[in-house]
Design a binder for this molecule. Structure first.
Ligand code: ZN
Length: 322
């Protein structure tokens, strides 16, 4: 690189930004016309400048759009809140006017609260929309159940709310545990926490049902049904999470176990409650109302075992290839 090139290359940033003197500009232009190296460098500098500019513009546009949508959704949320409060006011006035001492007013209020929690929350909350909607939706649903139960003078609140909590947690707890807010506390124990929470809520539901039915036979029956179920799901979880083999091997073991569980579960539960029954019979030649139960169960068991063995075998061949 000759001396002129060095001077020109030092001046190139000023040349691109159009802030050098007319004399320097003339000199640079003259040099560039005869020097491919400096021309190439100028082009590179112009290109990277353009890219930076585009990137900046893109960030600006996205930021602008984001804040625009935030403002819009907050506005829609507020309008919805106002709309929701109209029937609440009307109900309050009517209820007071007819002298009903606000009895069914709270049902309307709780029902609207539940609807609002699912529709307005995602619009108004700036961050963690899913988690907030889920939490407030669950809370207001439980409140609605409580209000309805009090209004009808029922005693089913704990049964209904524990069942609702169990059902919702089975479906939505995985999403809640994956959310950023909980991720910091949960870390790698997501699966374990999910299983523990679902088990506790299941037991809570069974206890609530037991208290509700007040039948001395309920306890042993509930235990006979729950114990195999819980043991089966915890066993599957332990295999999937902790068995130190590859995923195909674990899938194979789970398939065999699932086939066995579906085959034997009801007989096992009946046996635990004191009703011994004969094992299902496989009669593939005749399909009628007497044989269908046995045939289906044997098919499930056999297909589970065959698929499981295929998976396990394929896990070994896969390992050899490596
Ligand atoms: Zn040059």
């Amino acid at each position: 690189m000759n001396k002129n090139c060095e001077i020109v290359q030092d001046l190139l940033p000023l040349y691109i930004d159009d802030v050098c003197s007319e004399t320097s500009r003339e000199m640079i232009r003259e040099h560039l016309s005869g020097c491919p190296d400096c021309t190439k460098l100028l082009k590179q500098m112009q290109d990277s400048g353009l890219e930076k500019q585009l990137e900046q513009e893109r960030t600006d546009v996205i930021g602008h759009q984001r804040s625009y949508f935030k403002r819009r959704s907050a506005l829609v949320g507020m309008i919805l809140s106002v709309i929701f409060s109209v029937p609440v006011l009307i109900c309050l006035i009517v209820n007071l006017a007819v002298g009903r001492s606000l009895s069914w007013f709270f049902i309307v209020l709780a029902a609207l609260l539940f609807t609002a929690s699912l529709t307005v929350t995602p619009l108004l909350v700036p961050d963690q929309k899913g988690l907030w909607t889920l939490g407030l939706g669950t809370g207001s649903l439980i409140l609605l159940l409580a209000v309805c139960c009090i209004y009808t003078r029922g005693n089913w609140f704990f049964v209904a709310s524990s069942a609702v909590l169990f059902g919702l947690s089975v479906l939505f707890l995985p999403f809640a545990l994956r959310s950023r807010a909980l991720q910091a506390y949960v870390g790698e124990r997501k699966g374990l926490i999910y299983m523990a929470a679902v088990t506790v809520l299941y037991l809570l539901m069974m206890i609530c049902i037991g208290i509700y039915v007040k039948d001395p036979a309920y306890g042993p029956t509930a235990l006979a049904v729950s114990a195999p179920l819980l043991i089966f799901f915890w066993l599957l979880f332990a295999i999937i999470r902790y068995l130190p083999y590859n995923s195909r091997f674990r899938a194979g073991v789970c398939l065999i176990l699932s086939g066995g569980f579906l085959f034997a579960a009801d007989k096992l539960m009946l046996a635990l409650t004191g009703y011994r029954q004969a094992w299902p019979v496989f009669s593939p030649g005749s399909w009628n109302h007497k044989t269908i139960d046995g045939n289906v169960k044997w098919t499930i068991l056999l297909s589970g075992c065959v698929l499981g063995i295929i998976f396990i075998c394929s896990s070994f061949t896969g390992r050899k290839k490596k």
